[in-house]
Design a protein around this ligand. Sequence first.
Ligand SMILES: *Cc1c(COP(=O)(O)O)cnc(C)c1O
Length: 381
Amino acid sequence: MRIYLDNSATTKPYPEVVAAMQEVLQDNWGNPSGIHSFGRDAYDAMSAARRQVAGLLGAEPDEIYFTSGGTEADNLAILGVAGRFQRGHIITSSIEHAAVLNCCRYLEGQGFAVTYLPPDAEGIVSPAQVEQALRPDTLLVSLMLANNEIGSLQPVAEIGRLLAGRGVLLHTDAVQAVGKMPVQVAELGVDMLTLSAHKINGPKGCGALYVRHQTDLQPVLWGGGQERGLRSGTENLPGIVGFGVAAELTAQRWPEQARQAAAARDCFWQELSRQAPDVVVNGGWAHRLPNNLNLSFVGLESAPLLLFLDMAGVAVSAASACSSGRAEPSHVLQALGLPEWRLKSAVRLTFGWENTLAEAQQAAAIVAEQVRLLRQETAEQ
Ligand SMILES: *Cc1c(COP(=O)(O)O)cnc(C)c1O
């Protein structure tokens, strides 16, 4: 028995995604740039996927640029704007994904100014903070729609209205939000939006940047000029086709799937808080992804707890997958101003639509038991 509660790290591909990718690998392996029938078939499959991804966001197909994933799409958005202007100011938050944060740090080294807005205790940045940080040379605001560690939701639509007509571009990393809440580019008022296929039951190594018409970006990769000049390199057709299927199914199914994930999370938390003492939730409840729970355990450290849980069949993660394996505490939890013990003992549980209530109850009993054992062991030392 294994229970997977790490859906913000990656998700299991839909069977329809696997089938579509296999078909492309076997029967539609042409180069989409080819001018013969092999190339045309590949191009047609890519165009269908572009329509599917655009449909998920309420965008036009020619506003979708396929990339190697969320990381590359974040880099393309930020470096793409920076490359056009050569100098200027960028506003972001201190709790962004490493793909945004490290990109901004790199640009600081290149002479750009960056403001990292601190969130409140619930992990939220306010439109007023963004407004106060604006400068005459501000080029770009990059704020994630939903945080990958604590699930906090940023008021991106409000910030979109604030920036309208000011000549400042708005980018949002929506990798975690898509599939769990409405994500429509017109409602958000964003110029650029990042997606990753493997966070919505698609394949790894594929993502997209939505770029609103008339937004001028400089490429990051130079080469044959694929993706209308913005992203050179022969397209990852199996990945793109799998992404397209995942996007179409997500567009149809997300309200029900988000409801299922929330039900599993809430059931888990109800059971765990009944069975295990001295557990607290990191981040606020009001503006939070429906599938996210981030917990700290009095008297424990997250690494041994993760190990115990894994041996007992429950897969969760510390802070985020990208930073686990490193010992530093999460930059997100630090930004919330949490005390040391909560940083050290934080565990992220992210539920998926496939988690049943029975599984959630079982997982809660296992976590409560392992926490009890580990606390006992720690006390005996
Ligand atoms: C996973 C993730 C990314 C990176 O996406 P990859 O496709 O894995 O490169 C970027 N931003 C957020 C918020 C994520 O959760």
